[in-house]
Design a protein around this ligand. Structure first.
Ligand code: HEC
Ligand code: HEC
Ligand code: HEC
Ligand code: HEC
Ligand code: HEC
Length: 262
């Protein structure tokens, strides 16, 4: 008898394991995930990739992009329940833009957005569709960006991004110091967060002149609120950095190209 009990216990432990595992990670177990996990690689890989993505972490499930009913295994993929199937490339700006609107606006105005459907990269060319991770300037790798054109401008844009990140870090530390001194910083933190978002959005234009122009505006706003409110204005040098990296690099790039063309 005790052996049978142990067996039952062991079996139910292994049956429960996968379920408790996914709920422990804060993910909702839906019929989409249950059924797809057991299918062929084409149909189950999306689940595996999605499970370690930032979307899974934030509770953005299959239906956010594919529609359908996550609770009814029979009707889950019926169009009557809003199932939309696999989105095509030209539908991605509207789909992703539903939640990432500022970024999508800049992307649509970019050469990439204008070339969508005619060889330009879509959101998922750079970010993937299921294994979406926290984004960083590392995404601008040579191997990646040189598939379609030279890497020169990508390199410029990446160094400007890195400059921007170290500048933002400077402001972040400044806020931390103010906090330590007992100064109320909640509002400044919110402002820094939203200005950081604007920076990430404008870089999606991949338009050097626009990035310089808007970066200067954003940096001026940062300097006005955080620089002035803090101790000293040692960061005013930051006003020129992002722009000057791009400007200097662009000149170098043009001069070199003139030499090659000549
Ligand atoms: C009972 C099993 C089952 C459930 C539940 C299920 N799917 Fe599927 N799904 C399949 C099978 C099987 C296919 C392959 C169908 C085919 O190739 O025609 C598929 C195909 C797909 C495709 C690809 C369609 C295409 O045109 O290639 C997507 C996207 C998809 N499912 C998403 C979902 C989402 C989202 C849910 C939940 C709302 C869901 N599925 C629920 C079994 C299931
Ligand atoms: C952020 C949006 C997004 C989410 C969330 C998402 N998908 Fe997808 N999915 C896509 C896009 C875009 C494509 C088409 C491009 C591609 O195949 O990568 C796709 C393609 C698919 C395909 C077709 C694969 C093929 O090669 O034919 C399946 C199946 C699928 N998804 C299932 C799922 C399941 C199951 C989930 C939830 C675990 C999910 N997706 C979550 C955006 C998403
Ligand atoms: C050519 C490659 C490329 C394309 C196309 C692209 N992105 Fe990005 N994306 C990046 C890079 C690089 C970063 C990191 C940006 C940074 O550090 O400013 C990023 C960052 C992001 C972020 C994080 C922003 C933040 O605040 O941290 C989101 C969200 C995002 N992209 C969504 C999208 C969407 C939606 C699309 C399509 C409309 C898209 N991306 C198209 C390369 C790309
Ligand atoms: C239903 C809303 C929703 C949809 C649709 C959606 N996302 Fe997201 N996405 C989020 C949320 C929420 C986060 C996590 C919070 C954040 O960082 O913005 C996120 C995070 C991201 C990030 C990482 C941001 C970072 O902080 O570095 C990228 C990149 C991204 N999404 C790209 C996409 C792409 C590409 C698509 C379309 C295929 C898409 N998203 C569709 C809601 C969505
Ligand atoms: C799928 C192909 C593809 C990929 C991958 C790609 N691009 Fe592009 N890119 C294009 C197309 C198409 C244009 C439009 C102009 C052209 O034809 O060169 C363009 C234009 C640009 C421009 C403006 C061109 C100029 O001379 O001002 C920049 C900057 C740029 N891409 C940067 C990048 C970066 C950075 C990456 C890597 C994250 C990248 N691209 C990845 C296809 C691509």
């Amino acid at each position: 008898m005790p052996v049978k009990w142990l067996l039952t216990l062991a079996v139910s432990f292994f049956c429960i394991l996968p379920v408790t595992h996914s709920t422990a990670a804060g993910q909702q177990v839906t019929v989409c995930i249950q059924c797809h996990s057991a299918l062929t690689p084409r149909l189950s890989d999306p689940v595996k990739l999605w499970q370690v993505s930032i979307h899974a972490e934030r509770g953005i499930g299959c239906t956010a992009c594919h529609g359908g009913d996550p609770l009814d295994s029979v009707q889950s993929m019926s169009t009557a329940r809003g199932f939309r199937g696999v989105p095509i490339a030209t539908a991605l700006p509207a789909l992703c833009g539903g939640c990432h609107s500022a970024i999508t606006t800049y992307y649509m105005r970019s050469e990439h957005g204008r070339a969508l459907g005619r060889g330009g990269p879509s959101c998922i060319t750079c970010h993937g569709s299921h294994d979406i991770k926290k984004a960083s300037p590392d995404l601008l790798g040579r191997k990646y960006c040189s598939q379609c054109h030279t890497f020169e401008k990508a390199r410029l844009i990446r160094s400007a991004m890195l400059k921007r990140d170290s500048m933002l870090m400077g402001y972040e530390n400044k806020i931390k110091n103010m906090k330590v001194q007992g100064i109320e910083t909640g509002q400044l933190e919110n402002q820094l967060h939203s200005l950081r978002g604007r920076f990430h959005a404008v870089f999606h234009s991949f338009d050097i002149e626009l990035i310089i122009k808007e970066s200067e505006q954003i940096q001026a706003e940062l300097e006005k609120s955080i620089g002035a409110g803090g101790t000293g204005s040692g960061l005013s040098a930051g006003i020129v950095t992002v722009g000057s990296v791009l400007l200097g690099g662009l000149l170098f790039f043009l001069v070199r190209r003139m030499r090659i063309d000549a």
